[in-house]
Design a protein around this ligand. Structure first.
Ligand code: F6P
Length: 362
């Protein structure tokens, strides 16, 4: 008989389809070993307020594998090293409450925290691990920008974006317009690249490849010459204009990340100005994070969750579960955080696009 562990699990940062499937797998695999699992709601909030801790048992997680979102709730304003406290004059004071969090975790008798997150959440996990808390990280983000692994949520986001791009063809053709569609992905172009090629775009603009509007317009002009009187441009939210990101005002208290957005509108206006062609822009936004996970993401999530529990049983700590086909591997959190997996510009998918006549504006 091995150790009987008491596990905590939380979800941090932007939600991604597949979170519930991981929660399900961790709960089922842990219960199968006679362990306890407790869900910490709203990131780390439950470790400050115990009313936000929910015991997870097989009956509580029944039927959640196919559900989007997260039954535990999530936040990207939950940094325990920088918690916001409003002052009476309306300003905000930030305090480091991380020591209290680690003390509470131990006082509550937890052995390991399974943290489902992207780079921000896993970086927090790493910092907390240095204060004595044990973690297993699970790589979540639709952006697919974590090194050493594919992340869950990405496949669903790409499928949704592709379906939307498919629908744009008919309306663009009917009006002989150029449609410019902005997709998520932060500083990596994975969603734009994969949905753009699958959705038969003419132009794909990604952060990894600086673009020239003259070349973008020239490529769209080739459509006209060939008799295709419309165009589809897929642009990643992190594609740079004049070397800089297009951002929105960040009004969320306690959030340190910049908010990207608006590049599609800029590109559409520029195409219209340069070519006279009617253009429209749209931002797919959070549609890409919503809905049921694809079969692929469900399977990946279930495998991540089960592997997290196996790693705990094997005594592994402060590692991230990484999918390195065909296996799940344990990679130290320290080797993953603070790095961004961007699209290699010489990759086969990039080459495929070029062979198909898709322009990157370079
Ligand atoms: O990291 C996931 C992500 O969806 C990014 O693609 C996007 O830039 C960001 O989160 C949006 O964050 P929010 O939901 O806080 O607006």
């Amino acid at each position: 008989m091995g150790n009987r562990f008491r596990i905590a699990i939380n979800t941090g940062g932007g939600d991604a389809p597949g979170l519930n499937a991981v929660i399900y797998a961790v709960t089922m695999a842990a219960h199968g070993r006679g362990w306890e699992v407790h869900g910490i709601q709203q990131g780390y909030a439950g470790l400050y307020d115990t009313s936000k801790i929910v015991p997870l048992t097989p009956d509580k997680v029944a039927g959640i594998v196919s559900r989007g979102g997260t039954i535990l709730g999530t936040t990207n304003k939950g940094d325990p090293f920088r918690r916001p406290y409003p002052r009476s004059d309306g300003t905000i004071e930030y305090r480091d409450d991380s020591t209290k969090l680690v003390e509470n975790f131990k006082r509550l008798g937890f052995d390991v925290m399974v943290a489902l997150g992207g780079d921000g959440s896993l970086s927090l996990a790493h910092k907390l691990s240095q204060k004595g808390m044990d973690f297993i990280g699970v790589p979540k983000t639709i952006d697919n920008d974590l090194v050493s692994t594919q992340t869950f949520g990405f496949d669903t986001a790409v499928s949704t974006a592709t379906e939307c791009i498919d629908k744009l063809h008919s309306t663009a053709a009917a009006h002989e317009r150029v449609m410019v569609v902005e997709v998520m992905g932060r500083y990596a172009g994975w969603i734009a690249l994969h949905s753009g090629v699958a959705g038969d775009a003419d132009v794909i603009l990604i952060p990894e490849i600086p673009f020239d509007m003259e070349k973008v317009c020239r490529r769209l002009g080739e459509n006209e010459i060939g008799g295709k009187r419309y165009g589809i441009v897929v642009v990643a939210e992190g594609a740079k204009v004049d070397g800089g990101f297009v951002t929105k005002a960040n009004e969320d208290v306690g959030r340190s990340e910049v908010m990207l957005g608006g590049v599609a509108d800029w590109v559409a206006k520029e195409i219209h100005r340069r070519t006279g062609k009617e253009t429209r822009s749209l931002v797919l936004g959070h549609l890409q994070r919503g809905g049921s996970p694809t079969t692929w993401d469900r399977l990946l999530s279930l495998r991540f969750g089960a592997a997290a529990v196996r790693f705990i049983a094997e005594g592994k700590r402060n590692v991230m579960v990484a999918w390195q086909p065909p296996d799940m591997k344990a990679v130290p959190l320290a080797d993953v955080i603070g790095r961004t997996k961007t699209v290699p510009t010489d990759s086969d998918t990039i080459q495929t696009c070029r062979d198909l006549g898709i322009s990157f504006g370079d």
